[in-house]
Design a binder for this molecule. Structure first.
Ligand code: ATP
Ligand code: MG
Length: 631
């Protein structure tokens, strides 16, 4: 479908969602769908809940976050269950500013953006729909129209609690436009949109000297004072600050702790009392979620300042630490690369995983219990099995360092190093060694790394390198073994021919010369020894095999490679032992002969077809493994 058609369809969809009616109609609607009158916090919580929650090994996984934020399950569970959930229930935490605290590039902005974009989408759904007094710049809650003395009656009838006062502007409109007839006031459905400044706002402090509080709370429109006669006429006021515009939804407060105090005090009253002061009006009620973010250093210096004491108790701090799972870190890189300009570059298998190992190691704290090292801890955190440890040990380890994940290498650093590798190498393919090297080189330029840290990090790079060496060796061997599937069959046939001749005390015929020859004792033993069959036991073993073959034959079944477990094991082991040298020689020879060349080509083809390499990275891998085996 072409894009214009889609745009048209989208517009039609939106058109269908529009709703306008009188306050009387709105009350009818509330009877049917009471949830449309929910508070901003409750809407955020329900948005998260409606996307689905999965329970996995005792931790909750919120689908709302899980397609973009990886490895933060525990932090998100705390955030949702200790802030959003109770806030939705109108408990006291709702009256506090939510402050996400975490290390750089740890996903704080991503999280906030997801909430914002999520709310925009959610307001298009039935469950997330939201209504406002028509024509109000702050999208005021229509229920504010109900006078205070009737609110208890309203609650008794509708089960909905009303908070907040009718704003001065709508108070005036009610009198002037509707002659005081509340039931006639027009109400409309609104759709959150940051671009259109409906229900979603962002406040970003600039120079404190020049920045005006108007950015937050709106300002007087001097050009209209002449028309309306006075500054305190609400029609002469522009309710266009971020707090006004974000009413009913959420406002992101960037760099909150760098902000001038006067801005913070406005927030205090808003969060605490649900209202703020603007111009010469009575307090204006607003209902919105305020989210700010900061890093640990900034936060510490903020709370150590006596002047900010009153603010502390009104902020709820939620830690957003780094992810500590290798496999999730790998997903983060995949996502970031996918979103970047280098998305079409070939990245050899295991490259991101190895980079992730390094990163996670820099974030982990040394375990206090003696018998576990950092690499084991890394594996355990990633959910892998490590002999001698269970999930209780993992939980204990996590408790050892509550601040784990608040420091270490950030994902953006890794992505920057990967991009610079790509640019420098000038080939459309990079591998784990390229990236490890680049990570290492980058440490010299990293502005915030101490000498001590640098040494520790270099050590982690060599650990990651060792992990990679093992992965690489296994990968190549695997590729060789599969190309040997045929050889395994040949080897077994050969073994069986010899066994048959041995048991029947017969001779074999040399396939080339036609000469009669004795069974090849050396070959048979070299296979049998792989599974520990002694000289004395060999006869019995060979006879057993023959009996098995004839039993198969009687049933009309073919005896093949998989028909006898121990024999199969022996053949595989023998192949692997032979392979070691083949791999070693084939991968390291500078002038391969015809046969070796064919083998190399087969292996390369297999690496490409079955293991995700391209021809550059497959050849690089072979060369590297060759050099490893010859060390
Ligand atoms: N746990 C994670 N899951 C998915 N992506 C992540 C995660 N952590 C970081 N990222 C990615 O890293 C990049 C930086 O994240 P983001 O900008 O959200 O961090 P931040 O905490 O706001 O950093 P800063 O303190 O520098 O503002 C983004 O592309 C983000 O998607
Ligand atoms: Mg950020």
């Amino acid at each position: 479908m072409d894009i214009l058609k889609k745009i048209e369809m989208f517009r039609e969809e939106e058109e269908k969602l529009r709703w306008e009616g009188t306050f009387g109609d709105y009350l009818e609607l509330l009877k049917e769908k009471p949830w449309v009158a929910q508070s901003a916090h409750s809407r955020v919580y329900n948005m998260i809940r409606d996307a689905g929650i999965e329970e996995e090994k005792g931790t909750r996984k919120y689908n709302f976050f899980s397609h973009q934020l990886f490895g933060l399950e525990e932090a998100l569970e705390k955030l949702v269950e200790e802030y959003f959930h109770p806030a939705a229930k109108r408990l006291d935490v709702r009256k506090r500013i939510l402050l996400l605290m975490g290390p750089v590039s740890g996903g704080k902005s991503t999280l906030v953006t997801m909430l914002k974009r999520g709310l925009e989408q959610y307001s298009l759904t039935d469950r997330g729909s939201i209504f406002a007094i028509k024509g109000c710049p702050m999208h005021e809650d229509p229920l504010h129209l109900i006078p205070h003395h009737l609110r208890q009656d309203f609650f008794d009838e509708y089960g909905i609690r009303i908070e907040g006062n009718l704003s001065p502007l709508n108070m005036m409109r009610l009198e002037q436009e509707y002659g005081g007839r509340i039931e006639d006031v027009l109400v409309e459905r609104i759709f959150f949109s940051e671009d259109k400044r409906v229900g979603i706002g962002t406040f970003s402090p600039s120079d404190p000297k020049s920045q005006d509080i108007a950015d937050l709370t709106g300002s007087i429109d001097f050009s209209t004072i002449a028309e309306f006669g006075s500054e305190s006429d609400p029609r002469a006021y522009r309710f266009d600050g971020e707090l006004n515009k974000a009413n009913r939804g959420m406002m992101e407060f960037q760099e909150m702790l760098k902000c001038d105090e006067k801005f913070l005090w406005h927030l205090l009253s808003l969060t605490q009392e649900g209202n703020f002061k603007a111009g010469r009006f009575a307090l204006i009620s607003a209902d919105e979620l305020i989210v700010a973010h900061t890093n640990e250093t900034e936060y510490r210096s903020f709370i150590s300042n006596k002047k900010n004491e009153a603010l502390h108790s009104r902020i709820i701090v939620m830690p957003i630490p780094y992810n500590l799972k290798v496999s999730q870190e790998e997903r983060i890189y995949e996502k970031m690369i996918h979103e970047s300009d280098v998305a079409d570059v070939h990245i050899a298998p295991h490259t991101l995983r190895v980079a992730a190992m390094f990163t996670i190691l820099t974030r982990l704290k040394e375990p206090k219990k003696g018998d576990v090292d950092l690499v084991k801890k890394m594996r355990l955190y990633d959910g892998q099995l490590v002999e001698g440890f269970n999930s209780a040990d993992v939980n204990e380890m996590k408790k050892e360092h509550p601040d784990e994940g608040m420091s270490g290498i950030d994902p953006r650093y890794v992505i920057n190093r990967i991009s610079s590798t790509i640019i420098r190498k000038e080939v459309p393919s990079i591998n784990a060694l390229d990236v490890l090297k680049s990570l290492k080189d980058g440490l010299d330029q990293h502005p915030s790394i101490t000498q001590e840290q640098r040494e520790r990090y270099l050590n982690y790079i060599s650990i990651a390198r060792k992990e990679y060496d093992n992965i690489a060796k296994k990968e190549v061997q695997k590729a060789f073994v599969y190309s040997y599937e045929e050889s395994a069959k040949t080897l077994m046939d050969n073994y069986l021919d010899n066994v048959e001749a041995y048991c029947n005390k017969a001779k074999l015929r040399d396939p080339l010369t036609g000469e009669e020859i004795n069974p090849d004792e050396k070959l048979m033993r070299s296979i049998e020894e792989q599974i520990g069959i002694s000289e004395n036991a060999k006869k019995a073993f060979r006879e057993e095999i023959l009996i098995r073959i004839s039993a198969f034959a009687r049933k009309g079944k073919r005896f093949d490679y998989n028909s006898h477990d121990r024999l199969r094991e022996a053949i595989q082991k023998k192949l692997f032992a032979d392979l070691k040298d083949v791999v070693k020689i084939t991968t390291s020879t500078k002038t391969p002969d015809e046969q070796q060349l064919k083998k190399i080509n087969d292996v390369v083809a297999r690496l490409i077809d079955e293991h995700g390499y391209n021809s550059t990275s497959a050849n690089e891998l072979l060369r590297y493994v060759g050099s490893l085996l010859n060390r």
